[in-house]
Design a protein around this ligand. Structure first.
Ligand code: SF4
Length: 518
């Protein structure tokens, strides 16, 4: 049985470029490990390379983010026309299974550990079902991913999963839209995966790479007790590692020191904003703006590079805030963030539901699903006319990512890392600062409904469509708002996948969140 797995990617800067940064989608190797051992599995991570359009598949798994759904739908059609049965999973499939169903032979809602083996089994019996719902998460069901399928991507490091989900409830986050849940894996299982992954790479990558690993968890600090135990287990291995965490981790000096001793060298943290009103509006209560500078400084002094993303809130931030952003960045010591985007109400999130349900929704007209990346404005700014808001965005990007500013950041960071012999954060810092090129092309409107079309294409020919109606059904981008900016009815139907935590767990979660925000 020939099985394909495609993780769909569309360059959100609309230049058609690949994204070969350290945080790559990890779903392919995990799905592959859940398939029958005798299956011939081929994995394509589109952020890394294009699909081989001449390949034949019997069964094709496709996963994508919300904004990449147009392409996921087209890829499905392409291979269905060539005889494959297609299965769609991922956050968008989980939020809107009914909308997705007509374009795939099966849709998966929730985690893959119980669904993917069931899909493969049903397919081999000729009894594929249209919808599969994941059963309750059990950490023992998580296998060691098929790292052999991504050995060519190990130029950064192999990534492992220690936790799943996040206990926080940031309003814009897709995880919050799917339902708040947080699971930890037994530490022995994480260590087992690391050992197997390193054994697999031995002889296939330069030796120093074997000592660098990543954690692909959305938030490795969702349970601080677990994180401390993980640090204790990692310390003797003398690995260097990177992960994503939220602010409550880096604002704890003793925990930062523990992370550094355990080999943590880089943390990606969603700082989001220097505007406390925007942070409150995002319901990202664990972020504490007045503590940013001290937290970043302490991380750096301990040899940990903090990479951070920022969002502009169209409903809260005014032009004065955007213009002052370079100053805030200088004062914080961050200088150059990994990205600056717009806070985006992704369909299915509480942020989207809240804005869609007000009497005059603040969406721009004719917004397309592909516009909901954070790099195209989909909301009318509340405190400035649209052209001035976009102009301020372009200017702040040009200022923050100027070479003068990049050099200033490296001059501030690198001596501190190198004096401690920490070459890895220095390397990541230099790579991030030099490679980042977020300046939008002048030809882009950056506005929903009128922004440049992404250049990625699926190589269809005329015989791929039975009629013009079918062609339009597959190729036309999906729309989220009408000509007046009203959200189309079908986008209001999403519901959380994961049930609210039981009473006892909820109380523990509240305690955790409260202590995190302290
Ligand atoms: S902390 Fe990060 S992963 Fe967790 S809900 Fe907020 S944005 Fe999502």
């Amino acid at each position: 049985m020939k099985i394909g797995i495609i993780a769909v990617f569309v360059d959100y800067h609309r230049r058609g470029r690949k994204n070969r940064t350290a945080l790559q989608p990890q779903i392919g190797p995990l799905l592959a490990a859940l398939l029958p051992g005798d299956a011939d599995v081929h994995y394509v991570n589109e952020a890394w390379r294009d699909p081989d359009w001449s390949r034949e598949y019997d069964l094709l798994f496709i996963s994508s983010m919300h904004s990449d759904f147009d392409r996921a739908r087209q890829i499905s059609h392409y291979w269905r026309r060539r005889g494959a049965r297609t299965v769609y999973g991922g956050p968008f499939a989980s939020s809107y299974p009914r909308l997705c169903a007509p374009y795939f032979d099966a849709v998966i809602v929730g985690d893959p550990e119980t669904t993917v083996p069931a899909v493969a089994d049903d397919f081999s019996r000729g009894a594929l079902q249209p919808l599969y719902h994941g059963r309750e998460y059990r950490s023992e069901a998580v296998p060691t991913p098929r790292f052999d399928l991504i050995a060519d991507q190990a130029k950064h490091a192999l990534c492992f999963e220690a936790t799943r989900g996040c206990p926080f409830q940031c309003e814009f986050c897709v995880l919050t839209g799917l339902g708040t849940r947080h699971h930890t894996r037994p530490i022995q299982a994480v260590l087992r995966d690391i050992e197997r992954g390193r054994a697999l790479l031995k002889g296939r990558v330069p030796k120093p790479h074997l000592n660098v690993v990543g954690f692909c968890d959305n938030n490795i600090g969702g349970n601080l007790t677990y994180l401390r135990e993980l640090c204790k287990a990692l310390e003797p291995l003398r690995l260097q590692w990177y992960a994503a965490a939220t602010f409550n981790v880096i604002s704890r000096p003793a925990l930062v020191e523990m992370l550094a001793r355990a080999g943590c060298r880089t943390l990606f943290v969603g700082l989001e904003s220097f505007n406390p009103a925007a942070i409150a509006d995002m319901k990202k209560h664990q972020n504490a703006v007045p503590k940013i500078r001290a937290a970043l400084e302490h991380c750096r002094e301990n040899g940990i590079l903090v990479m951070a993303g920022l969002m502009l809130s169209p409903l809260v931030d005014d032009l004065a805030y955007i213009q002052r952003l370079p100053e805030y960045l200088r004062e914080s010591g961050l200088h150059v963030p990994t990205f600056i985007c717009f806070e985006c109400p992704i369909p299915g999130t509480p942020h989207f539901q809240r804005l869609a349900s007000v009497e005059s929704p603040p969406f721009l007209p004719n917004a397309l699903l592909r516009d909901f990346t954070g790099y195209t404005l989909v909301l009318k700014p509340a405190r400035a006319p649209v052209p001035e808001y976009i102009d301020a965005y372009r200017k702040v990007i040009a200022d923050v990512y100027s070479w003068r500013n990049r050099v200033r950041k490296l001059a501030d960071d690198l001596p501190r890392f190198l004096k401690r012999g920490r070459w890895l954060p220095a390397l990541f810092d230099a790579a991030d600062v030099c490679a980042t090129d977020p300046s939008p092309a002048g030809s882009r409107s950056l506005l929903a409904g009128t922004d440049t079309e992404p250049p990625e294409r699926v190589p269809f020919d005329d015989s791929d469509f039975a009629s013009d109606v079918e062609r339009a059904r597959i190729l036309s981008p999906w729309r989220v708002t009408d000509g007046e900016g009203r959200v189309l009815e079908r986008w209001l139907e999403s519901a959380p996948v994961y049930p609210p935590p039981k009473a006892a767990t909820r109380a523990a979660g509240r305690k955790l969140t409260a202590s995190a925000a302290a």
